[in-house]
Design a protein around this ligand. Sequence first.
Ligand code: ZN
Length: 313
Amino acid sequence: MADRIFLSHPASLRHDTGPHPECAARMVAIEERLERDGWHGFERREAPRVDRALLERCHDPGHVAALERLCAAGGGHIDVDTFASAGSWEAALRAAGGAVAAADALARGEVEFAFAAGRPPGHHATRTRAMGFCLFNNVALAALHAQSVHGLERVLIFDWDVHHGNGTNDLFHDTDAVLYVSIHESPLYPGTGPASDRGSGAGEGYTMNLPVPAGSGDEAFLRLVAERVVPAARDYAPQLILISAGYDAHAEDPLANCTMSSAGYGRMTAAMRRLAGELGAPLGVVLEGGYALDALADSVAATLAALSADQDA
Ligand SMILES: [Zn+2]
């Protein structure tokens, strides 16, 4: 049995956003590239639908029902840049379900590494609303499942998408059960995530926002991982590590202004893999953004390669 799994579902292609950077061609580019690479030893699995009760615990049931109705009616705009089509309901259930299934396999010790490649992405989705191309918060649902079904008390979510994951930040703002760490370009959409936002109540100190200026690249991101993310994770001792993996800090990405390389994503993954090994925690990667198709495919491939290489390679 493979110790690494890749979860996706063809329904992700039916989330039809029209002429939009968050498009089905992203998934095609990723899967064509990985097919050529032999999937880096990852076993492919079909992403299941997310459990409705879990969905309604993470999100306001009214938000869930409104999205279901909108898709059943053929879809439409939710905000200026967030769109749902008739096929988006199934795509969103599978994107969330893939992330949850990844966390499930990791938490039960069945696999060491998992990559959940769904769309729409999730980290901007709040408890009550879809925004920023995101309908349901896939990575948050994965963390909640690990807590509620597997009893995990500490989950690290490291969000390296170039945008701040405001939805994830807010969902776990007042709890110490999730350490949320984000590196993001600032100023940039959605405008949240100053370093001064460190959580609230019992969650004070369990949110770590690391904004970086436009132009930041591999060295800036890798330095923050080494100097901030890894030490904070060691102190926290997570039982599960989830990466909210957007690839839009890439130099070629049209929606942001950072200068990461595909190899840099591989190095960042390798650093997180070493951390996971040191802490004895399984590692799951959940796809978020990334809009330059070749750069996205290369960077996802670099991530999988880093999780399949010999440990000290
Ligand atoms: Zn993004």
